[in-house]
Structures are given as C-alpha cells and as structure tokens.
Write a protein that binds this ligand. Structure first.
Ligand SMILES: *Cc1c(COP(=O)(O)O)cnc(C)c1O
Length: 226
C-alpha cells in the first residue's frame, strides 16, 4: 500500500465516521503525524493535499521546517521543554501539548517577546494514566481560566491521548469526557473551545464519532515506526 493510498483510506474512514455521527467531514482537520518520516515521503502526502503536519520533537521539527514549503501548517504535538519554546514560536500554528503551568508562562513570555500570540490546546490526561502528561480533568477548568489571562497565550481548545487499547471502542468514554469537559469550559472569559484534538491511528474513527475536529494520524498513513 502506498502512502497516498493509505492517506485516501484514512480520509474515507474519517468521512464515514463523520457520516455515522451526522457531522460534516469538512469540519475535521487531519494532521499527518510525520515524526521519524523522511522528508521525501512527507512531500508525497503534501502532493496528496495534506496541509497540516504534526511533529513531537523540536529538533526534528526544525529540520523539516527548513526543508518543506512555507505554506505547511505545522502542529506541535509533543511534550515541550520550556527552554525550547523560543525555537518554535512563530513557526507552528498550534501547540497541542500545554500540560503544565511553567510551560504556559514560558509560552506567554516568548510570544510577547516575539510580538506574536501562541495558540495552544490544553492537554488533558482524561484517564489519569501515570505515564502520560497532561492536566487531570479536575484541574483543567482553573488551569484554563488562568492560562487564558496570560498575555500572548490563546487557549483554543483541548487535546487528549487515549490509553492504548486493542479495541478502540473501549476508549470511547475518554473522548466523550473530553468533549464534555470542553462544553463546561465554553464561555469562560478569553477561552475559545474551537478545537478538540483527539484520535490517533488506532482510534480516530471513534474520536470523530465523539466530536473530534482535529485527528492526529501517523502510522495509518506512513506505516509503523520502528
Ligand atoms: C505519535 C503521535 C500521534 C500519532 O500516532 P499514530 O498512532 O502513529 O497515529 C498522535 N499524537 C501524538 C501526541 C503522538 O505523539
């Protein structure tokens, strides 16, 4: 299966999932997750109409950023160290992984210094897994309200990584809870809840059925990472 065939299959599956939920598939943004993927292969999916690429490591992102066309919409999806914030501000259109207060402050400071705004999603650890980053659901409302008051920081929504499960049906409640949490935060001053980033290769259809409008898909397009 070629990368473009995989891409088209993923798109058809997104469309079908949206259809099952009575949603317009055009409101769902596909972020192709390109970590470990070679630049030539990334060019192929760009030629196939992908506009958004997701990277999770700063160094790898910067390398690819320098080699790929200026029109690409970059999404930073990985855990971000505060001392690397400056390197990506102004280059990425959305940071999905605001997961702690020190990072909120660093992003605010860097955005103000650069005379720009950092658009972010707050990462929520819905299942409370010890191995994952993110705010607990109970901490999220206060965190979001306070982050929204920082200058230069635009809170645009929420992101979660569901626990890995053989059967994606099992993580449906996780996606449902993120959607509910976003509903509770809608209307907080200075907070936009425009984006729900949830769903990866193993579970994006269930995420779309539960209201995701950004899905982050890597291996279903590019094959397994070794
Ligand atoms: C790697 C990664 C993905 C994509 O994972 P796949 O299972 O390959 O689709 C999505 N989101 C985050 C945060 C990732 O690190």
């Amino acid at each position: 299966m070629s990368v473009l065939e995989n891409l088209n299959r993923v798109r058809r599956r997104i469309d079908a999932a949206a259809g099952r939920a009575g949603r317009n598939p055009e409101e769902i943004k596909l972020v192709a997750v390109t970590k470990t993927v070679a630049v030539e292969t990334i060019r192929e999916v760009l030629s196939g109409g992908v506009c958004c690429l997701g990277e999770s490591r700063v160094q790898e992102f910067l390398q690819k950023y320098g080699q790929l066309p200026a029109g690409v919409e970059w999404h930073f999806i990985g855990h971000l160290q505060t001392n690397k914030v400056k390197k990506i501000i102004g280059k990425v259109s959305l940071i999905h992984s605001l997961d702690r207060w020190s990072l909120a402050e660093a992003l605010s400071r860097a955005a103000c210094e650069a005379g720009t705004a950092a658009r972010v999603l707050v990462q929520v650890n819905i299942a409370g897994e010890k191995t994952k980053y993110g705010l607990l659901p109970s901490e999220t409302p206060q965190f979001v309200a306070e982050a929204a008051r920082l200058p230069g920081l635009e809170v645009m929504g929420l992101m979660t990584i569901a626990p890995w499960c053989e059967n994606a049906e099992e993580v449906r409640p996780v996606f449902r809870q993120l959607k509910e949490l976003a509903g509770k935060l809608t209307g907080l001053e200075g907070v936009k809840m425009d984006y729900l980033s949830m769903g990866m290769s193993g579970d994006f259809e269930v995420a779309v059925e539960e209201g995701a409008n950004i899905v982050r898909v890597g291996s279903a397009i590019f094959g397994g990472r070794s």
